[in-house]
Design a protein around this ligand. Structure first.
Ligand code: AMP
Length: 286
């Protein structure tokens, strides 16, 4: 496994490997790695790609300064985990490498509707920051395949849109990998390590809400199930931001179940100072 910190170094290494005919699979992360991240790397390995994982906590995607400051960092454990998992290349750039001081501002990508709802509405500027850093990283690594987790459903849609929007990125194939969960259903997330034990015990409620939304498709109205979910979250001391149902292809918000469309249920809630999100496809297709 090779670790690069400088753009010029990783570029020349990857272009040499590319000229030998190796496909490159890229997994961008913000570190504090867990089995969810590793599952993306494993998928890239099964596709036979030369695997590149980046670790970069991107300041421009944090609309909340406190969240940025509290974001967990565990570089040496991350490196060890990636080494054990068979990663080929790690890219750990300094912030000045990604956003060189004095250079022109990186482009702002207009994301339209997707940036106005759910996470976009709740975290203004977040997806613009995500698009900015992912475009920058993709232009550096220029992978054949990009591996993303369904855990961040809306982010996957933003990045797919970005890849379509920027001509130099059009040929990158985007692979969405399933959400990896703890035994009790909690979606793995770097932020989970900030939960206290009692908060950790409650955090499975997000998953349970999604399961009940899925189970009640075609039985109850979504409005009824949504209210039940909001009520239980509030009753247990969480602060839900949304419990929503959307078309899984467009993320158009929907008032009710529709067996003719692939739908996705999405939830966001605070547990103390930790904000968690999760989602689940609703298999209501006829
Ligand atoms: P992050 O480090 O949180 O920016 O995540 C890096 C990548 O890992 C993103 O594509 C995430 O969607 C993905 N990811 C995070 N958590 C999980 C999970 N529990 N299962 C699968 N993928 C995940």
């Amino acid at each position: 496994m090779i670790i690069f910190k400088k753009i010029d170094d990783i570029r020349s290494y990857l272009s040499a490997e590319g000229s030998k005919g190796r496909t490159v699979g890229f997994v961008p992360t913000m570190g504090a790695l867990h089995k969810g991240h590793v599952s993306l790397l494993e998928k890239a390995r099964t596709n036979g790609d030369l695997t590149v994982v980046s670790i970069f906590v991107n300041p421009t995607q944090f609309n909340d300064k406190k969240d940025f400051e509290a974001y967990p960092i565990s570089i040496s454990e991350d490196i060890e985990m990636l080494d054990k998992a068979g990663c080929d290349v790690i890219f750990i750039p300094h912030v000045d490498e990604i956003y060189p001081p004095g250079s022109p501002q990186p482009p702002v990508y207009e994301l339209g509707y997707i940036d106005t709802i759910l996470e976009g509405a709740r975290r203004p500027g977040h997806f613009k920051g995500v698009a900015q850093v992912v475009a920058r990283l993709l232009e550096i690594v220029m992978p054949n395949r990009l591996y993303l987790g369904q855990k961040d459903f809306q982010q996957c849609m933003v990045i797919k849109q970005l890849v379509g929007l920027v001509p130099s990125l059009n040929n990158i194939q985007v692979e969405i990998c399933p959400t990896v969960r703890e035994d009790d259903g909690l979606a793995m997330s770097s932020r989970n390590r900030r939960l206290t034990d009692p908060q950790r015990a409650l955090s499975t409620l997000l998953y349970q809400c999604l399961v009940s939304i899925q189970a009640k498709a075609g039985i109850d109205t979504f409005a009824k199930v949504q209210k039940e979910c909001m009520d239980i979250l509030v009753e247990k001391g969480l602060e839900p931001e949304y419990v929503a149902l959307a078309d899984a292809n467009t993320l158009e918000l929907m008032d009710d179940y529709d067996s003719n469309r692939q739908q996705v249920a999405l939830v966001a809630a605070w547990i103390g100072s930790v904000r968690l999100i999760d989602n689940m496809l609703i298999n209501s297709m006829a």
